[in-house]
Design a protein around this ligand. Sequence first.
Ligand SMILES: [Ca+2]
Length: 161
Amino acid sequence: MNIKHRTAPRLARALAGVLVAGSGLVGLAAVASAAPGGGAGGVTGPAFYVDGELYRTVGTPTDFSATGAPGHTYDTIYDLGDGVTNVAEAKPGDRDFNGGRWKVHAVSFVNYNSAVAAGDMNGNGKLDSAEEVEAALASDFAVDKGVVKSFLCPVIHIPGA
Ligand SMILES: [Ca+2]
């Protein structure tokens, strides 16, 4: 038997494998660019405030809700609802930052303007730090509805924001 006849089908199968792998990459790229506010590499627009400054992130398809990991291995993101920028409690460089492991608490407002008035310690008209959100929650004009998601995402500073 001629060697060429035996290797040709193998080469064809190998090429087919490469093509399948390649189309998978195209699929992943499409998913990444479809992420909310999708920019280069799936980086979002402004995603949340930490200590009064805006940060971006990259959405990841992670879900830690069934891992049983203890609460102290997470930081909190307050999801303040549609049209309001979320607030997170820690960022890279903070001693208590957990590397982007988050528990997301949904916050609803009994009265948004009163909640902001109660929590806005730096007087800029918005809740832009965890301390401010917690002060708003203490006022009873905002309600912590509990953890709605636990996942991984990075914290990327937006220079000048
Ligand atoms: Ca504020």
